[in-house]
Design a protein around this ligand. Structure first.
Ligand SMILES: Nc1nc2c(ncn2[C@@H]2O[C@H](COP(=O)(O)OP(=O)(O)OP(=O)(O)O)[C@@H](O)[C@H]2O)c(=O)[nH]1
Ligand SMILES: [Mg+2]
Length: 329
C-alpha cells in the first residue's frame, strides 16, 4: 500500500482515501498496524482541529434521527461533518443498521458529510484504538465537526468521552422523576443532556424529565472545565428540529469558553497522554501473547490458580518477573 499517497488523499479531504485509511486502522494485522502508524504520523499536520462531539444514548432514543437532522443543519450552515459509530455492528440489531440507512439518508448523500458505519470488531481495546485513530483521520481530512456515536453499552461511552471535546447524552422523556437507569459515570461525563422527542404529546413529559436532570446535574460536583450553568439539560426534537439550533449554540459556547480558558488544550493533552499509555499497555500485552514460552507458562499458572495451588497475585508476579528477565530489564 502506498502510504504517502493515501495520506495525501486524506489530507486533501478525499472521502475514498479517508474510507480506505479508516479500514486500514481498523485492521488488527501486524503489517497493517505498522502502516497505520506511518499513515497517522503522515496525517498529523498542525492546524487541523475539528470539534469532536461525543453522542451517547440507549437504543431507540433517536441518535440516528438526531444525527441526520443535526448534521444537516450543520452542513447547511457550510460545515463539513463526519459521523463515526463506535459500537461494533455485531452488538446491534440488523434493524438498526437498516434503520440508519433510511434515517440518515439525506446526510449520507450530502457532499459535506461523511458517515462511517460501525466497525465489526468487538474487542474493547480495539474499539478504543480504532475510534481514536478514525477521529484523528477525520480531523486530518479537514472536517469541522466529528460526531462520534455510541449506544453506551459496556464501556464504549467511556471511550467516547475520552476522544471528544464535548460530550452529549441523549435521553428520551421518561416516566416520573426516575433517572432512566443512566449510569453515574456517563452522567458525570456529560456536558449537555438533550431530552429528545420533545414533540407532540411528549412535550410536557420531556420538560419534566429535563427539569429532573437539570436538578440532578446541579447536585453533582462542579468541574473546573465548565463555565457557569454547565452541564446543561435541554429539550430537543430530532423529528421536527425543535431545539437543535439552541443545542448547537450551547455546544459552541462551551467549546469557545474551554478554548479561551485553556481547558480545551488541557483535555486534549490528557487524552493524548492516556492514549499513549494505553498503547504501551496493549503493546506489552501483545508482546506477552506473542511469546510462546510465556503463553505456556500462563496456561500452567492459570490452572494452578484455578485449582488453588498458587495465589493469583504470586502467579502474576512470576509471569511479570519472567518477562522482565526476557526483556533484559
Ligand atoms: N416523536 C419523536 N420520535 C423520534 C424522535 N427521534 C427519533 N424518533 C423515533 O424513535 C425511533 C428510534 O429512532 P433512532 O433514530 O433509530 O434511534 P437510535 O438511538 O439511533 O436507535 P439505535 O440505532 O437502535 O441505537 C424511530 O422510530 C424514530 O422515528 C423525535 O425527536 N421525536
Ligand atoms: Mg441508530
Amino acid at each position: 500500500m502506498d502510504i504517502p499517497a493515501l495520506a495525501d488523499g486524506v489530507l486533501a479531504g478525499e472521502r475514498r482515501a479517508l474510507a480506505r485509511a479508516i479500514t486500514l486502522v481498523e485492521s488488527g494485522r501486524a503489517d497493517h498496524r505498522a502502516q497505520a502508524a506511518d499513515l497517522l504520523a503522515a496525517c498529523a499536520v498542525p492546524g487541523r482541529e475539528a470539534l469532536r462531539l461525543g453522542l451517547s444514548g440507549t437504543p431507540g432514543v433517536g441518535k440516528s434521527t438526531f444525527i441526520e437532522a443535526f448534521g444537516m443543519m450543520l452542513v447547511d450552515a457550510g460545515l463539513r461533518v463526519a459521523v463515526l459509530a463506535v459500537d461494533p455492528s455485531s452488538t446491534r440489531t440488523g434493524g438498526s443498521i437498516l434503520g440508519d440507512k433510511t434515517r440518515m439518508e439525506r446526510l449520507a448523500r450530502a457532499p459535506g458529510a461523511y458517515i462511517r458505519p460501525s466497525p465489526s470488531q468487538t474487542h474493547l481495546g480495539g474499539i478504543a484504538r480504532r475510534t481514536r485513530e478514525a477521529v484523528s483521520l477525520c480531523e486530518a481530512a479537514g472536517f469541522d465537526v466529528v460526531l462520534i456515536e455510541t449506544v453506551g453499552v459496556g464501556q464504549s461511552e467511556t471511550v467516547v468521552a475520552e476522544v471528544s471535546d464535548v460530550f452529549v447524552l441523549l435521553l428520551a422523556p421518561g416516566g416520573g422523576d426516575e433517572l432512566q437507569g443512566v449510569k453515574r459515570g456517563i452522567m458525570e461525563a456529560a456536558d449537555l443532556i438533550l431530552i429528545n422527542k420533545a414533540d407532540g404529546a411528549m412535550v410536557a413529559a420531556a420538560e419534566r424529565t429535563r427539569a429532573d436532570y437539570a436538578g440532578a446535574l446541579r447536585l453533582m460536583r462542579r468541574r473546573a472545565q465548565d463555565p457557569q450553568g454547565f452541564p446543561k439539560a435541554l429539550c430537543v426534537s430530532a423529528l421536527d428540529g425543535a431545539g437543535l439550533a439552541a443545542a448547537w449554540d450551547e455546544m459552541r459556547a462551551l467549546a469557545d469558553w474551554r478554548r479561551a480558558e485553556g481547558h480545551w488544550q488541557d483535555r486534549r493533552a490528557a487524552q493524548a497522554r492516556h492514549w499513549f499509555e494505553e498503547e504501551v499497555r496493549q503493546g506489552l500485552v501483545a508482546l506477552l501473547r506473542s511469546d510462546a514460552g510465556a503463553r505456556a507458562r500462563m496456561a500452567d499458572l492459570g490452572r494452578a490458580v484455578a485449582e488453588g495451588r498458587t495465589a493469583p497475585a504470586a502467579a502474576a508476579a512470576e509471569v511479570v518477573a519472567r518477562f522482565r528477565t526476557a526483556a533484559g530489564g
